[in-house]
Design a protein around this ligand. Structure first.
Ligand code: HEC
Ligand code: HEC
Length: 329
């Protein structure tokens, strides 16, 4: 077996050879990241890069645009994000917070099978689930400059994570499942809300865009839809317990987090067209607030109509049509 130093010398020479063929070798996010192979990837030590590490070239410009879009989604893309939520209101710290469904590593987790869809989907579709459900907005065309910029940002944020290894990172499964699942009580939650949340989110839950960093709305037409993961009591309780009150996460008791989550998820919010087709193979989690195959809606809130119901649906991948000539062979 070659020693480690011999092997790295060989790798170095191979890299030199590649460079001499192609003077500007680093032209993809994969190449801009640290060298990492599955055998040596340490998921507990890996850290996403800081914004200051975004390169100063065309790729870097795309990554920067993607960062701006996830930070200022509603202002930048009002036709696709008509509410008042930005991606990073939930994917805190540019998607680096491991307790808030991190985007760091997502590039190495997709394509993946999603049981809610019942199909293998790519990262662009996953982003569009958040546009249509979490932002209660419209599907962003996959071929658009803006979608490619968001994907470039997520790929860069995942620099150095080998494909397939992203699922080993902390937070890879989305919001953590709370150690003990409790039943929230919305009436008790109203008391928690008044004591711990209204100072920022307001008694009407509408937040305030003028208080830095911008306080997002928790319910109503400008907040997340019923088809968002955040509309599920257990998911909302996890997000709230880990991250809220903002700057003082992990200070509520788990029961308070479930109670206030029950209160927030009981409020009216935008509908999510097509939601009844979720979990097509069954197995809908108990706290999903709408009916699906074999599942009765859990504490469903009042629903507000969507302006463009057709644009709010991301179709599952379907096989392309075979050409008529294929059949005769
Ligand atoms: C100090 C101000 C502050 C307090 C207090 C606070 N929040 Fe937040 N909340 C925020 C901010 C700011 C964000 C967005 C985070 C970001 O963009 O980094 C947020 C985001 C959220 C979100 C996700 C985005 C959305 O609008 O749905 C939920 C849910 C939430 N807060 C619930 C709560 C609950 C419940 C409480 C009380 C237990 C609470 N917050 C207390 C400031 C606060
Ligand atoms: C209301 C909160 C919320 C908002 C706003 C939101 N998301 Fe999400 N997103 C989530 C949650 C929660 C998950 C994880 C699902 C789970 O835990 O079940 C998720 C998952 C994802 C994933 C998959 C992560 C992975 O590796 O599996 C991507 C990618 C993503 N969101 C991108 C975005 C983008 C881009 C935006 C803005 C256009 C956005 N999200 C806005 C809540 C939100």
């Amino acid at each position: 077996m070659p020693s480690r130093s011999v092997r790295s010398a060989v790798l170095f020479l191979a890299a030199l050879a590649a460079c001499s063929r192609e003077p500007s070798a680093r032209d993809s996010v994969a190449q801009s990241g640290a060298v990492a192979s599955p055998a040596h990837f340490d998921a507990t030590a890996w850290q996403p890069p800081p914004d200051s590490a975004i390169p100063n070239d065309s790729l870097g410009a795309s990554i920067r645009r993607g960062l701006a879009l996830v930070l200022h989604t509603a202002d930048s893309l009002p036709a696709y994000a008509p509410g008042r939520l930005n991606c990073t209101n939930c994917h805190i710290n540019g998607g680096r917070n491991v307790d808030a469904a991190p985007l760091a590593g997502s590039h190495a987790r997709f394509p993946k099978y999603m049981d809610r869809t019942g199909a293998v989907i790519g990262l662009a579709d996953r982003v569009n689930y958040c546009f249509t459900r979490s932002l209660a907005g419209n599907r962003l065309p996959v071929e658009s400059r803006e979608m490619q910029d968001i994907l470039a940002y997520i790929a860069w944020l995942s620099s150095g994570v080998p494909v397939g290894e992203g699922k080993k990172l902390p937070g890879a499964e989305g919001l953590h499942t709370m150690a003990r699942s409790l039943a929230g009580d919305a009436a008790r939650g109203a008391t928690v809300f008044a004591a711990k949340c209204t100072v920022c989110h307001g008694a009407d839950g509408q937040g305030n865009p003028n208080i830095p960093p911008g306080i997002p709305p928790l319910w109503g037409a400008k907040s997340f839809s019923v088809g968002a993961s955040m509309a599920r009591q257990g998911k909302a309780a996890s997000f709230i317990w880990h991250n809220m009150p903002y700057g003082a996460g992990k200070t509520l008791t788990p029961q308070e987090a479930f109670d206030v989550a029950a209160f927030v998820t009981s409020k009216p919010r935008p509908d999510s067209p097509g939601k009844e087709g979720d979990w097509p193979a069954g197995g809908t989690p108990a706290d999903v607030p709408y009916a699906t195959k074999g599942h009765v809606a859990y504490q469903p809130p009042a629903l507000l109509q969507r302006a463009n119901p057709r644009d709010a649906i991301v179709a599952s991948p379907t096989p392309v049509k075979r050409r008529s000539g294929d059949r005769s062979r």
